[in-house]
Design a protein around this ligand. Sequence first.
Ligand code: SF4
Length: 620
Amino acid sequence: MPDAPRFRRALRTPLGMSAAVATTIIALVAIFGPMVFGDTADRIDTDQIGRHSGLEHPFGTDALGRDIAARVMVATRLTLELTLFATLIAAVGGIVLGVLPTVLGKRAGRLVTATVSLLVAFPGLLFVLFLAVIFGVGTYSAAFAIGLGAAPATARLVQNLTLSIAGIDYVAAARILGVGRFKIIVRHVLPNIAEPVVLFLSQTAAGILVAFSGLSFLGLGVQPPDYDWGRLLNEQLDRVMIDPMSAVGPGSAIVLTGITFGLIGEVIAKMSGGRTAPQGEVAADPSGAESPVVDRAPEGLLHIDHLQVRFPGGHTAVRDVCLTVAEGEAVGIVGESGSGKSLTALAAAGLVPHPGRVDAHTLRFAERDMRTQAPQGTSMAMVFQDPMASLNPALTVGRQLSEVAEVHHGASRAAATARAVARLGAVRIPKPEQRVGQRPHEFSGGMRQRVMIAMGLMGEPRLIIADEPTTALDVTVQSRVLGLLRDVRAESGAALLLISHDIAVVSQVCDRVVVMYAGRVVEELPVGDLAAGVAHPYTAALLGAIPDMTTDRDTPLVTIPGRPPEPGEDLAGCPFAPRCERASDRCRTEQPVLEPIGPGRRVACWDPVTTHTPESEEAR
Ligand code: SF4
């Protein structure tokens, strides 16, 4: 929510001052109007019946000789009460309907979404009249009907905002840490969608004011002897042609108050300053066939076999990926954008965004089948690329860290905070006792990334998945974060799955490198073998693009010519063929198979650079 300085800044603008003055006047009239003008408004004076507007009665008198101006003042309180009551109904109904699809299972969620869509498509006024008839003629039943009538539009906004927040890294991080859906909604989603929702509701309140006045004008809202502005308009219906001023009082009160609600919304928008899915369907191998025999490392902590990630429209982003990470091992996946490396990691964590579909013969982490189960407790930790998006801006860093200890270890607030301080110290955040009370924007990029690592260490992770954790950092900070990851792994014994486009980064931290291209694994080898010579031309090109101490600073950096295949582009043979100097006719027509070429080494290439298998030679 907006902080105090932004609030003060917004109030100092002409818009803010106008909103503040108008709100103050309306609030004062609502509070003191009935006390000051109550007697005048209710006094029946047969000598004054039907008086035209003038100095004594600015808006004239009604059919019982009562002063219309005084009645407009008195009606302010009831009109505002009913408007705010209906807005509250719209807010509560809209928020509940809006977050239900996220809290409920897939089928029930779809049903709620479809119902909301149907209600939004239904003409609003007809819906309100329908509800008003159902609830019966009466003051609060009309307010209830109008509130419910505004709820679907609010729900649609909340649904859209919730979906956008659900894909943000800190929500994914909370999910991977096992935080329940309801708690994620309350702690992470609602605080971060509050501003646009409040802005929307302030404008909805203006609409509700007009709609409610309309119902009272039609005789379906406030009933005599009570009166609101709409009721006063109704009472002057017969006289409006004779003395139009009799309708100007209640009419202008409705218009000016509606404008004030709009101004309040604009000020909230200025104060906000522009701040702004669950894993897609997971299925076992549909064929139910046994995995083909492939040569791979023995089953480990993470075991992925023939993983496919597909998106609607026939785009297969990850194809037949087989990968194993042993207990305590550090494995790096490298490749250009669109190679499928991040989706492979997300599939391992159960976080592929909707509508992605995950198929695999085996997808197992720590003895759990990830096709049907979430990772257990804090056994898996995620560190994402964008440290700002990885942390909830609405919560202090300490609160976000301590939540893990509270949820998973049943720790008290004090014990959880003490653990958070200790973990911040462990990732070398200076003065962790003070830093624990600060929000993410008060940390530098490198520190935020360290906070994410500390969050992973709040539990006892057996696997840390780090997706491009250093891409947004400068070289010095990057090397510190990599050093920290190395130390954390050495101390905790956790395995590491490091995703990077930079093979140099992976070689600094990992034991084994898996190279991906166009959604497939094209080479896998121990880091120690990188210097001795790689087999796949694409891995060789990645290594060749790394500048070293002998690189001439005046010559442009080496790049890999051409571009990777577009999503959905299906090449008959090797997907790297259009960029490969070694490509032959066979390469262009026949897909190379991932084959073992030595201890811990596999390559998918018909003409490897350094290591030739007897099979590949024969095949050529
Ligand atoms: S299979 Fe052919 S085109 Fe593909 S990387 Fe190997 S040599 Fe190049």
